[in-house]
Design a protein around this ligand. Structure first.
Ligand code: SAH
Length: 472
């Protein structure tokens, strides 16, 4: 019997879906955060359930051969980089396994092993100070007032809403650090009140930054609980929007300074409305040959080096020859649609965020791509309605849904439309496998599965799956 609060010696034999280590004591699985497969540890049992238990890492008795010293001093407490203490090659192997297990166990794809391509990881140059850092093009920093009265900007500690104060995140483009430092100074100087979740009062909720990997363009979006940015100057309350602009505009690459209004009591970061304070309403970037403009509210893949590889894989799987009609469902700002358009006869994209659809249309025009049409609305509504109206079939359908996966109605319409190929791009292997199972039961076979790294040091993994219709 395991006893709560007792310490035990244990080896970490496996790792769970959230990156937590798993060992066994008395035949019972024990989950321990901050451990790496291969560690021998001293663990304190903190909770015992019927089938399993949770423990706290007290001491590493013998480190795993895969253990490395994280470059970020906050790695252990921060909720973001759960895997940073594991050697990068091993992180990739773990993600490969995670996808394989989901496809086998949830998807029921018995032969998944033979269909899997090796995960496409990030390149790690020899001279790199640490593998796979500074890769993200988007950051969202919550802002809070700490118990000591000081402003805290940073990241939530794992499984909490307590902000750990920091200027630097090692995953972000380096310019982000300058932005955070300057906004911190600005908030203190003009006594701008951070938002308080508990009382739903105060003003500044989040700082959103975006950078164009190829263009170097920078956007700062301050999310506020109100419609005006106010603070105090020489003792009096006043509008400090111009002061914010003055504190940021000379940062190299600065292109867009925006306010976003989120007055709801919600965990959602962004509200629906923005007002540009300075510069453009968007930044630009390119993927391959295609240039994109990106508004604050639009989704854009966060790892530009890997996005190019992800889309190349999707394009390879789509296997277009110029005559095909293609649907790109959950299309965002039309990134995949425009990537596919030069190889297809016609591409239709559907996306729920209006601002993203506007971006998509402008992006098509700016790249002189004429064989695409975009629809704003829910994919599960627009796509069936269009099919009913026109009866036009698709040869290839690409889907790239959010983590919750595809809506059942959408899967149903896909099956009715009976495209020859379905390319499923997914950021959650569990919902991917669930949806793949539905499609297999409806007459599709899985041809290829390729995991693609997008989120180094974090537990998430992207996957592309090619399915084709059994003829006859
Ligand atoms: N393919 C794009 C976007 C993928 S992210 C890219 O690679 O950049 C998923 C997108 O689905 C987001 O843009 C999100 O706004 C959109 N979305 C979420 N729910 C939706 C729904 N029900 N119908 C259509 N789009 C939806």
């Amino acid at each position: 019997m395991l006893t709560k609060n007792q310490e035990y010696e244990m080896c970490i034999e496996d790792m769970g879906n959230d990156g937590e280590g798993i060992g066994h004591l008395d035949g019972m699985a024990v989950f321990v955060k901050d451990t790496v497969v291969g560690d021998r540890i001293l663990v304190k049992v903190i909770k015992v359930k019927k089938q399993y238990a949770f423990g706290r890492l007290m001491r590493i008795l013998e480190p795993s051969a895969f253990r490395v010293e994280p470059i970020c001093p906050l790695a252990r407490s921060c909720g973001g980089c759960t895997l940073m203490q594991m050697e990068y090659g091993r992180q990739l192997a773990w993600k490969q396994d995670k996808v394989l297990n989901c496809m086998k166990r949830i998807g029921g794809i018995a032969q998944a092993e033979t269909l899997m391509e090796p995960i496409i990881g990030m390149e790690v140059p020899e001279e790199a100070e640490f593998p796979a850092i500074y890769y993200r093009n988007k950051a969202q920093f919550p802002v809070q007032r700490g118990k000591d009265g000081r402003i805290k900007i940073g990241f939530y500690a794992g499984r909490t809403h307590d902000v750990m104060d920091t200027d630097r995140c090692y995953l972000q483009a380096p310019v982000t650090e300058t932005i955070v430092k300057r906004i911190r100074r600005f908030l203190e100087e003009y006594q701008v009140e951070p938002y308080d979740e508990g009382t739903h009062s105060g003003l500044v909720r989040h700082i959103l930054t975006r950078t164009g990997w190829h263009t170097g363009e920078v956007m700062v979006c301050l999310v506020i609980n109100g419609r005006k940015l106010t603070g105090r100057y020489q003792g009096a309350a006043c509008n400090v929007e111009q002061q914010l602009v003055d504190c940021l505009r000379d940062i190299p690459g600065m292109t867009s300074i925006v306010l976003n209004f989120n007055v709801e009591k919600t965990n959602r970061i962004l509200g629906n409305d923005c007002r540009t304070l300075w510069g453009q309403d968007y930044i630009s970037d390119r993927i391959g040959e295609i240039r994109y403009q990106i508004s604050p509210l639009s989704f854009y893949q966060v790892n530009p080096q890997q996005t190019e590889k992800l889309y190349a894989k999707a394009l390879e799987y789509a296997d277009l020859h110029g005559e095909e009609t293609v649907w790109d469902l959950y299309c965002g700002i039309g990134t995949i649609s425009l990537f596919l358009a030069s190889k297809a006869k016609k591409v239709y994209g559907v996306e729920i965020v209006e601002a993203a659809v506007e971006d998509a249309r402008k992006n098509a025009v700016a790249n002189r791509i004429e064989n695409v049409d975009f629809f704003a609305g829910k994919a599960e509504e627009v796509f069936p309605a269009q099919y009913q109206k026109t009866g036009e079939r698709a040869d290839v359908i690409v889907v790239d849904p959010p983590r919750k996966g595809c809506d059942a109605v959408l899967l149903d319409t896909m099956v009715q439309m009976a495209p020859n190929r379905i390319v499923y791009v997914s950021c959650d292997p569990a919902t991917l496998a669930r949806d793949v199972k539905v499609l297999v039961e409806a007459g599709y076979v899985v041809e290829r599965i390729c995991p693609v790294e997008q989120f180094a040091h974090n537990v998430h993994v992207e996957t592309v799956v090619l399915m084709s219709r059994i003829q006859g």
